[in-house]
Design a protein around this ligand. Sequence first.
Ligand SMILES: [Zn+2]
Length: 754
Amino acid sequence: MTSNATSIVCAGCGFVVAPAEPYPFRCPNAIPGDDVDHVLVRELDPAHVGFPQGDEANPYVRYRELFHAYHFGLGHGMTDGGFVDLVESLDKAVAAVDGRSFLSTPFLRSDELSERLRFSSEGGVWVKDETGNVAGSHKARHLMGVMLLLLVAEQAGLAPDGERPLAIASCGNAALAAAVVARAADRSLRVFVPTWADPDIRARLDALGADVVVCRRTEGASGDPPYLALRTALEEGAIPFTVQGPDNGMAIEGGETIGYEMVSELARTDVGLDRLVVQVGGGALASSCIRAFEDAALLEARVKLPRIHAVQTLGRRTDGRSHLPGRHRGGPDIRARPPLGVHVAVGGGAPQHRHRHHRRRDLRLGGGRGRDAGHRRIAGVGLGRDRRRGRGHGPRHLGDPGRSHGGGRDGRPPGAGAGGRGGTRRAGGGAVHREQAPERTRRNATVRSFLGRDILSLKDFEREEFFHVFEVADHLAPHARDRRNGDLLREKTLVTAFYQPSTRTRLATEGAMHRLGGHVCGFSDAKMTRAGDFYQESIKDTVHMLEFYGDIIAMRHFQQGAPAEAARWASVPVINCGDGWGEHPTQVLTDLYTIWHEKGTLDGLTVLCVGDMRMRTMHSILYAMSQFDMEALIVCPPEMSLLPEFKSELDGRSVSYREVESVDKCIAEADVIYMEPVVQADYTKGRDERGGEVATTPEAYRVTRQLLRDKAKSDSIVLHSLPRMDELPVDVDDTHHARYWIEAYNGVVMRMAL
Ligand SMILES: [Zn+2]
């Protein structure tokens, strides 16, 4: 007999694990390259369990009724006392190995942090400190949960093949935690590490008796070598002793004890948590915390559901990306991107238990690209539900629906809170000034605020700001992907002041505004303005009008510097959508975002720029390259080469570039082929009507299917902001190099972000 208090289901495909399965770790439907997040999750049946009210010191004893291992044990003849004995004896062994046993970790108000973030004495910031945990991090919590299930299954006689070795791919905290718990249970553990693993950690792993296997990259193989080795070991029968949800969904359960402790402490002290900020590495911790609060709500614990913010060290977003199947396999070395500070990735709404199943279903719709499940799941919390339902849900005391909290929150679009507007409201039993909401202060500490800022040139963009914009774009991408309009910018109007014709930039910008629920007004025809006619109306006069018509101006102009001139006079932000020969920052941000997504990094890349080097996109991308470890190969007709003053500016910014006479001489070196026509309209005119014959592009500046096949790197990508002439023949479209349609889609996402 098995208890039906818990069940294990795949959050991705809905697969239900047989109740007698002793190793419910990985969804059997998970196949490499699949875009579905197959993560097995433990569901609780509130008809059978309530939120534990005990106060035992060991969290696995205190919250045992929420563990699948517990109910699995009871279903196979184990007694409650037997389970407690099992936990306590394992914990004693852990203490003998590590010097620490599993105890509730501190969850306290940080007066210093609260003060620095200017909270009132009644509100503030509480910190859950996991550094004193077994093995020094939260990782051991996850693995203790997995180990308990293994031991219960063995005691139940359901582990027929005897002791299978444990395996993990890690060279940090997770490996240390795994080694401690495995040692305590007297189990053998193989740890797959990369060649660059920290020697100190390797020595500690050796001392703990782990079998450390150094994994080298084999020529031609793609993917993270330790992870590939782990996958092979698992196929040969090893047990995934990892904290990666897709490989072992049960790892999340053990980590949930951290969230349960917070729930208990909040209930005990009657503190309401407004927001929960969790740092994300692989996503297991954040998933655990979210699920813990969801469980508590489902079981009607006296807890207010916080908004959850997953934060991440900037530039570390792709941690775990190489652990994933699919297109990002074998991406570039993620260590090349240094951590640059903390960045708030997601401003989500509060999960609400009634919608939990809807939301889980929604998760499958999330585009399956390059992230671990935990991470994407979090994004689902914020956007998926609020957008679908068309309104926000304020946190409330579950089991006490009469009490109203978060006044003014309802109807607030997702993420709006992150901007810190709106007066004060109850938090932690006192008033918190929303202007000083913690995540905003934190962001400002590392990345300059974009609030009210003009986007005129990429010259003044710093490295962190590129990543910041990319993160925001990722966050908003589901709007574009799912073709659903949100209401984030419901109260805002964009004025498009396009003094030149444009298909993509204007429509992408307007489309982005519509996706976010904003309004758009603009000229219906570039020729129908007063700028070029009898009045020759000045930019200053024009923007003094436009600023009353909307909240932001997107300008394209035939004169270089016109948007900057507009920004001088406008009281609202101005976005440069292309100015004469000047710059085209929104296009190039789109291009860099595309490259970042496709190649996994911007550092270490060689970019072949073909076309007219006087073009605004070329200016912007070369400025941007100063912030990354990128090299440019410049190919252009002599009359279209880099102007001397621009060259000296690039030198001053230490941009690495080389001029080459033709594409075929250097295409073999390029990771990215970035194209513009060399035969084109005069961008300084309002409109250049095509008359007579148009010249053809000389062979030296064309990128053809044959050239790509014969000379280019097989993983090189071709970008073109379009429209094209004959420099990029249409038969390149169906090669695996072409990325310009993705680039066009990303154009909408990027403009949403801006
Ligand atoms: Zn599945």
